[in-house]
Design a protein around this ligand. Structure first.
Ligand code: C5P
Length: 235
């Protein structure tokens, strides 16, 4: 079974502050997307990486990939993305050649995921799971609230789910290709990850251990943390 990775990298990264699209911003001098591509290509099981670029940014992303050293045994494709993450992933799936039966979807915004996590996800799909997500237990207690109508107003708490049963989900998420394609054809609700589309379709999604360093670079403080992790790796 051959494995391909789709990397949605078409988001603007508004929460990170003003500047270039998030995936194209530098971490220690190298674009976040290049770190993410290298993290996927680090797995010997991965033979193709499809990068989904901002809608008008495919040529720029293509030359960015060409300008950086990437493993020879991996092929790379760049396709333009869409308005939502979901649409961007769909456009990446549409570009996959026929001979791949395992597909990983990995956020460009998680540039530092260790190769062991990538391999663990692939392994679980190879072992027969239709959908696999890496995830971690939560440090914080989580409350469900009734969202305030006025931003900033106090919000009534509705429930406190048992923390021991909650997991914070990361990427890469791994899929049997046919299952993921069917999920993208069938589910039209807005979702924040691909596995939840498979959940709506029916097949059981399983969780494998995630990793602290697979955190999502979302806000300015995350950039500081990401550069500190890179500095520690160089030691
Ligand atoms: O916004 P969020 O952090 O959830 O985005 C997760 C990933 O989805 C990022 O890598 C982002 O570039 C990507 N994305 C995309 N197309 C969009 C919106 C987000 O590829 N239209």
């Amino acid at each position: 079974a051959r494995t391909a990775v789709v990397i949605p990298a078409a988001g603007r990264g508004v929460r990170l502050g003003p500047g270039a699209p998030k995936a194209l911003r530098a971490l220690n001098g190298t674009p976040m997307l290049i770190h993410a591509v290298r993290a996927m290509a680090a797995s010997r099981a991965v033979s193709l990486v499809v990068v989904v670029a901002p809608p008008d940014g495919a040529p720029e992303v293509k030359s960015m990939l060409d300008a950086h050293a990437l493993p020879e045994r991996t092929d790379f494709l760049v396709v333009p993305g869409g308005e939502s993450r979901q649409e961007s992933v769909k456009l990446g799936l549409d570009a996959l050649p026929p001979d791949f039966d395992i597909v990983l979807v990995h956020d460009a915004a998680r540039p530092l995921v260790p190769v062991d996590t990538v391999d663990a996800v692939i392994e679980a799909v190879r072992d027969g799971a239709p959908a696999v997500v890496p995830a971690l237990p939560l440090a914080d207690t989580v409350k469900e609230v009734e969202p305030a109508r006025t931003p900033g107003a106090p919000e009534p708490v509705v429930a406190t789910p048992d923390r021991a049963r909650l997991r914070a989900v990361q990427t890469p998420q791994g899929f049997d290709r046919a299952t993921l394609v069917r999920a993208h054809e069938t589910v039209t609700d807005d979702v924040t990850d691909d596995a939840s589309m498979v959940e709506q379709l029916g097949p059981t999604v399983v969780v494998v251990p995630g990793h602290e360093e697979a955190f999502k670079v979302t806000r300015p403080l995350d950039l500081v943390l990401a550069e500190a992790v890179l500095a520690r790796r160089r030691l």
